[in-house]
Design a protein around this ligand. Structure first.
Ligand code: CAA
Length: 257
């Protein structure tokens, strides 16, 4: 299928989605989200893909949900249609997703980035939840994921005032894994994605599931969960290969099995 609002490509075992609505700073409308979800479905089903990158332009990762499209919406339609629930496809990805964020990541754009597993920011990135200035509030997980990522005090100020974080602040507060110069963003994100995509897919997917479980359960349950996954990985051919390669002082050649 041809996409109108995103570009989709593959590079080795990495699937790349570039948000592409330049005239609207990549504002996320229904059409874009439907295309993004479809592209993710395909990458998830493709055994040749081990990691996904989502990125935008140098000026904007995404400046939020499309305000002009939302303007006529009314309750209870928003409720009966469960507006915005389809946005969580990124969060439901079982393969790792790297967000490469330059420029504005506001509202739904910030929320989309936070649904990804590893967030790499360019030095011009700006993160914010400005919904309060529109008479609404974050609706795609912002008040929850931001609070877990940077704590109540900072998340509360951002959500209640719309204050934006610079890339440096986002790094210091733990919202992003690191900041790189804008010119190096895509190459750095690809390097990370390539590294992950070259590892054993079962161990990568189980590791992602285990880290995410830390947000949803007690420490004791999480540790039990992790140990069971750890034990299960000894059933894989990749565990045999990974450890044999170490003993033989050679690189492992994983079969994702
Ligand atoms: N929705 C629709 N259109 C948008 C948009 C958005 N979120 N953000 C920017 N645009 C459009 C502008 O309307 C403008 O279009 P026109 O040229 O047709 O007028 C174009 O993109 C360029 O934007 P600006 O001229 O405003 O560019 P700027 O550099 O002066 O300002 C900005 C950039 C500060 C990001 C500003 O565009 C802005 O504040 N955008 C809105 C940010 C926002 O409020 N996001 C939250 C949306 S609500 C949400 O996301 C809900 C949720 O939780 C899911």
């Amino acid at each position: 299928m041809a996409y109108d609002n995103i570009h989709v490509e593959t590079n080795g075992r990495v699937g790349i989605v570039t948000l592409h609505r330049p005239k609207a700073l990549n504002a996320l409308n229904n059409a874009l989200i439907a295309e993004l979800n479809l592209a993710l479905d395909k990458f998830e089903a493709d055994a040749g893909i081990g990691c996904i990158v989502i990125t935008g332009s140098e000026r904007a990762f995404a400046a939020g949900a499309d305000i002009k499209e939302m303007q006529p919406l009314a309750f209870p339609g928003t409720y009966t249609d469960d507006f915005i629930s389809s946005w969580d496809r990124v969060a439901r990805c079982r393969k790792p997703v790297v967000a490469a964020v330059a420029g504005y990541a506001l509202g739904g754009g910030c929320e989309l980035a936070m649904m990804c597993d590893i967030l790499i920011a360019a030095d011009n990135a700006r993160f914010g939840q400005p919904e309060i200035q529109l008479g609404i509030m974050p609706g795609a997980g912002g008040s929850q994921r931001l609070t877990r990522a940077i704590g109540k005090a900072k998340a509360m100020e951002m959500c209640l005032t719309g204050r934006q974080l610079t890339a440096e602040e986002a790094d210091r507060y733990g919202l992003v894994s690191r900041v790189v110069p804008l010119a190096e963003l895509q190459a750095e994100a690809m390097k990370v994605a390539d590294k992950i995509a070259g590892l054993s897919l079962p161990s990568v997917m189980l590791t992602k599931e285990s880290v995410n479980r830390a947000f949803e359960t007690t420490l004791a349950e999480g540790i039990r969960f992790e140990r069971r996954l750890f034990q299960a990985l000894f059933a894989t051919a990749d565990q045999k290969e990974g450890m044999a390669a170490f003993a033989d002082k050679r690189s492992a050649s994983f079969k994702n099995a």
